[in-house]
Design a protein around this ligand. Structure first.
Ligand code: HEM
Length: 419
């Protein structure tokens, strides 16, 4: 990808595009654009950071209703091991990750990150993963998809409100930037991991960001100005997300870890906005009753800390389907356990490949939880036309990956059974 033409984009859009391009040239363009931004420094003692890599919620900002506001910019770095893990490469990786923690505050204003490992990574060890970890190989989960699967070793998820931070952290990790926010990079990942450029994924989330992408073909002008997600509505309400406690593995050597699923998909946004009316979009995304009772508002502003799916609305899923249209969230909510959602969704929009898409990143106790929720969301059991089955007919899944996010203490090239 070449650098975007600065004169044709707003500053915010230019910075977002630089994240998608990546690399040293994009970073230097980004730094000259972001001179005035002050990034808070990291910690002198990384061992004081949370034991769970995904302990982000306590530090993230909240919106006016008190829901967690995810960082705006995201990069997923697909990594392949250069050689088999050794004590030396473990130390090198740990030192490189601690450099990030010393450089940037653990916050959306600084940098939040995780490293996760695929089932393919763990296959190299004689021992199997302990029973307390549910991490199968990723497979197709619906009859209409034929996804590629993440078979490389690891993924680093970098997230920040500042595009310069995610770009700079990535370049620092790969030996292309010798100072990060005033901290010298003495150790990087060169020789431990290779970056798989063709698998690099990027994205953004936040009110107003999707509407800034109407220059991308297949992103229609009708994306609402204030929507944080491409499909036009708020998502991730406090009461419909699993807590970090709930997704945590409590037993065995990986206690304090969790599992992550990444489902990448293309979105048919033009049809979504141009074929359907706003009430129909509400029906398909939330539930028919949400539209009939005008519960949502333009982009979800009427909903506060919950998506409004009561037990009655969830129980009405089959009947709504038979009557003609069923909601995406309504179907997915059938997989709640004792009223609690099993997934902690940290998904984001993308224009990777210059077309609109979505990286659905979810944390859960085990991958079987994800599969169960995805089956409920797919709703193959429901008696309804495909076009009216939630948002299924607008999503085209192209990749799936399963990961273990070990606790921080085991994040550097863990053995399959550290005990
Ligand atoms: C383009 C893709 C997607 C969009 C735009 C989207 C959007 C939404 C929205 C607006 C809600 C209601 C608000 C909220 O509770 O946060 C929701 C709920 C939900 N979605 Fe999605 N979603 C997408 C894909 C997925 C996928 C792939 C899954 C996988 C299982 C999923 C699972 C859920 C769940 C579990 C809920 C909450 C259900 C509950 O309340 O218990 N979504 N989604």
């Amino acid at each position: 990808m070449t650098l975007p033409d600065r004169s044709e984009l707003s500053r915010r859009e230019y910075l977002r595009t630089l994240v998608a391009v990546g690399g040293a040239t994009a970073l230097s363009a980004c730094l000259s654009e972001s001179n005035a931004v002050d990034i808070p420094a990291g910690t002198d003692d990384p061992s004081t950071l949370p034991a769970r890599q995904y302990a982000w919620n306590d530090t993230l900002l909240r919106d006016d209703d008190g829901n967690v506001k995810p960082p705006e910019h995201h990069v997923l770095l697909a990594l392949s091991l250069v050689d088999e893990p050794t004590d030396g490469s473990r130390t090198q990786l740990e030192d490189a990750l601690e450099t990030l923690e010393r450089a940037y505050e653990w916050s959306n204003d600084g940098l939040l990150f995780t490293i996760g490992y695929t089932p393919a990574y763990f296959e190299r060890f004689d021992d199997a993963l302990p029973e307390s970890v549910d991490l199968p190989e990723p497979t197709a989960l619906t009859s209409s998809e034929d996804p590629a699967v993440d078979e490389f070793d690891a993924v680093v998820h970098l997230a920040s409100d500042h595009s310069q931070v995610v770009l700079e952290a990535e370049e620092g990790l790969f030996g292309n930037h010798d100072e990060l926010n005033g901290v010298a990079v003495e150790t990087d990942l060169t020789g431990v991991f290779e970056r798989l450029e063709d698998q690099r994924r990027t994205g953004f989330v936040g009110a107003g960001l999707p509407a800034e992408h109407t220059d991308v073909s297949d992103v229609p002008d009708s994306v609402p100005e204030d929507a944080p997600f491409f499909m036009g509505f708020r998502s991730g309400f406090e009461r419909n997300q699993a807590t970090e406690d709930r997704v945590t593995i409590e037993e065995g050597p990986f206690a304090g870890g969790t599992t992550q699923h990444i489902e990448s998909m293309d979105l048919q946004l033009r049809t979504w906005f141009e074929q359907d009316s706003h009430p129909m979009r509400v029906r398909k995304l939330f539930s028919p009753e949400h539209a009939d009772e005008d519960l949502v508002g333009d982009v979800g502003e009427k909903l506060t800390t919950t998506n409004g799916l009561t037990d009655e609305r969830i129980d009405a899923t089959e009947a709504d389907a038979r009557r003609g249209v069923v909601g995406h969230a309504q179907k997915a909510a059938r997989a709640r356990v004792d009223g609690e959602p099993p997934l902690l969704r940290r998904d984001f929009n993308t224009v990777d490949g210059d077309s609109p898409g979505f990286h659905f990143l979810a944390l859960q106790h085990g991958i079987d939880d994800f599969i169960r929720v995805r089956e409920a969301m797919t709703g193959a059991d429901l008696d309804v036309m495909h076009a009216n089955n939630g948002i299924l007919s607008y999503l085209f899944v192209n990749r799936r990956g399963n990961y273990l996010l070990p606790p921080r203490s085991l994040r550097a090239l863990p053995r399959a059974n550290p005990q």
